[in-house]
Ligand binder design. Structure first.
Ligand code: SF4
Length: 330
């Protein structure tokens, strides 16, 4: 396992990465439209480290053309893609060119697009318009009351629970059929019966097409954060109508790719933790033998380009964390 000092290696942001297998979205190419870590929240469970720019200011953080070019290249290299997913190294709806990026991708690609968002800015009509273009919108609905909302998300000062709920309701009033709510369960934060009941009641009002129960897999912003117990997951499934358990990590095989395997692995593990077999697949799929793949992966761990983490007895590989994302919030 890597030491703390090894996690300080600075990694460059990829504008597009993958495709990676996703339990919720099949083979997905990820798209970053804001720099790490520009966000309207500073969630205790954030797997990207602490928020370095806490803001609700919408602007063009990265121009549209290089983003679309990066997606174009990934699509050309991929043998199969189910979704192009705007996910962000922060909150993607902060990007004022979000709608433009999606529109330009859709001009060149007839497949489906998805937006992973914290949903905090849906009270803005231009954010709702940009989000409405996606085939699937996956907002976070992990708090059902103001106290849990503040404790869990540590939002920008201008964001109240009521304001964010109003935005979610406005969006779902028109687009519930393409909304897949995500409930991130965090032990002792939102997994009590009272919290889950409040979330369940909000979800009932929103009436999204799908409800996914998820759990932190990568090391969170606050080091003491724990994934939920299996009893909590079962309670959540009972209290939240229509919910489905997505708390187990993705285990599918990685797709064929001729991309530079080292860079490919760094890009993917920036957002998606991979099991050892999946990480080795990246090298084997580029033409290496099993032995060469073992050595290449171990060499990346030694140089801290990726970190090996033990999660419930299983090892996952994640990208080395940039300095700005180290655990400093307690
Ligand atoms: S989990 Fe998402 S919404 Fe929360 S701080 Fe991280 S990037 Fe922002």
């Amino acid at each position: 396992m890597a030491s703390d000092s090894e996690t300080e290696r600075q990694c460059e942001q990829a504008l597009a990465f993958g495709p990676v297998p996703s339990r919720r979205l099949g083979m997905s190419i990820g798209v970053n439209v804001v720099p790490r870590k520009v966000c309207s929240y500073n969630c205790v469970y954030c797997q990207l480290g602490r928020t370095t720019k806490l803001t609700v200011e919408r602007r063009v953080y990265t121009p549209t053309d290089p983003i679309v070019q990066a997606v174009r290249e990934k699509l050309a290299q991929a043998s199969h893609t189910d979704y192009v997913t705007v996910i962000g190294d922060g909150e993607p709806t902060l990007a004022a060119n979000l709608g433009d990026v999606r529109g330009q991708i859709a001009n060149e690609w007839s497949g489906r697009t998805a937006l992973l968002t914290n949903g905090s800015l849906l009270w803005m009509s231009d954010v709702r318009s940009a989000a409405a273009g996606f085939d699937a919108v996956l907002p976070t609905v992990s708090a059902g009351d103001q106290a849990t909302f503040r404790k869990l998300h540590r939002p920008h000062v201008s964001l109240s629970f009521d304001r964010c709920v109003r935005g979610l309701k406005s969006f779902c009033a028109e687009y519930a059929d393409r909304t897949w709510a995500e409930v991130m369960l965090v032990r002792d934060f939102n997994d009590s019966q009272r919290s889950l009941r409040a979330i369940g009641s909000l979800i009932k009002e929103l009436n999204p097409a799908e409800v996914h129960i998820t759990a932190p897999v990568r090391p969170p912003s606050v080091s003491t954060i724990q994934p939920p117990t299996s009893e909590s997951v079962e309670l959540a499934l009972r209290e939240i109508p229509g919910s489905v358990d997505f708390t187990h990590p993705e285990t599918s095989e990685m797709p064929e790719s001729r991309a530079n395997p080292v860079q490919h692995l760094v890009d993917i593990t920036g957002t998606h933790p991979l099991r050892r077999e999946q990480a080795l697949d990246v090298f084997v799929n580029s033409g290496m033998s099993g032995e060469e793949a073992d050595e290449a992966l171990d060499s990346m761990v030694r140089s801290a380009a990726v970190i090996a983490l033990d999660r419930k007895g299983e090892v996952f590989y994640v990208r080395g964390r940039p300095k700005a994302g180290r655990n400093t919030f307690k």
